[in-house]
Write a protein that binds this ligand. Structure first.
Ligand SMILES: [Fe+2]
Ligand SMILES: [Fe+2]
Length: 286
């Protein structure tokens, strides 16, 4: 297997490399002509990650993970507690390099706050990656991070490394590779099962508590084929087009807030504890 899921490895250790890859792949002013070059220059670990991701994210796999996790019966935790939980393994492994997960979350939310956005938007920045605790529940990286895409219909060639989909058994399943597959054209993204990962999971955890734009940002922030490349419009309805606008507004804060000073987590904690309490109960079902 790849180094992404070697059993003795800290499952979160590579997430920093992950963020670096994203930044490289989506520079602020991307040259259209060089976009496809990343296929040759990309780090081998990232290629290997997508080889696994595209091969194993079948419709059946996604349905099984939805059954396993969307009952939200794994743990009861407050939001701050979940942030600290997500931080544990990173802190143990390599505290001196790169940012911890908490620092990435707070840099994102602080950048949103600096720009004067509403409180729910700041909170969305703070929590957007908490679904990565799936790593701590034992899920391999390829089932937690990475770009997402709908399963159960034809793969767009706008998804990164589309050539790896040929290893996915769904690519030969009758009915799953028509343009809309098992879905209704124009029927909306709500009907679509997205490849399993931290976006979809967190969306279900926080769904009762946040406004629709926040939920869109959380659920689709890794759906680059749609919000960056404009693919999958045939599945969308008008509400989805609005949702993609919100995701596009959120995305730069996720990618480019790094590089500022690491946030002073202890000093900022009271502000964020108040913000969390404004929207969430003391414990959430995970
Ligand atoms: Fe994310
Ligand atoms: Fe993020």
């Amino acid at each position: 297997m790849s180094d992404f899921d070697a059993p003795d490895m800290n499952p979160l250790a590579d997430l920093d490399e992950w963020e670096a890859f994203l930044k490289e792949r989506y520079p602020v002013a991307r040259e259209e002509s060089t976009f496809r070059d990343y296929g040759d220059n990309v780090r081998p670990a990232v290629r290997e990650f997508y080889r696994l991701n595209h091969r194993f994210q079948t419709l059946d796999f996604v349905l099984a993970k939805e059954r396993e996790y969307l009952g939200l019966d794994h743990r009861q935790m407050g939001v701050w507690e979940a942030m600290e939980f997500l931080n544990t393994l990173v802190d143990e492994s390599d505290p001196d390099t790169e940012l911890s997960q908490i620092e990435h979350l707070m840099q994102t939310s602080e950048a949103i706050r600096r720009d004067g956005h509403p409180r729910w938007f700041i909170l969305t920045g703070l929590i957007h990656d908490l679904g990565k605790i799936l790593c701590l529940f034992g899920e391999p990286q390829w089932a937690v991070v990475g770009d997402t895409f709908p399963v159960g219909c034809r793969y767009s060639d706008k998804v990164v490394f589309p050539e790896f989909f040929q290893d996915n058994p769904d690519s030969r399943a009758p009915g799953l590779q028509t343009e809309s597959g098992i879905y209704q054209a124009g029927g909306g993204l709500d009907q679509a099962h997205m490849s399993w990962g931290h976006d979809e999971y967190l969306y279900h955890v926080v769904k009762p508590y946040l406004p629709a734009p926040a939920l869109a940002m959380i659920r689709y922030h890794s759906f680059y084929a749609a919000h960056r490349e404009g693919a999958y419009t045939h599945l969308m309805n008008d509400a989805d087009r609005d949702r993609m606008e919100w995701v596009r507004r959120f995305n730069p804060y996720d990618l480019y807030s790094k590089g500022h000073e690491p946030p002073n987590v202890a000093a900022l904690r009271p502000y964020y504890e108040d913000l969390i309490a404004e929207y969430f109960p003391a414990k959430l079902a995970w």
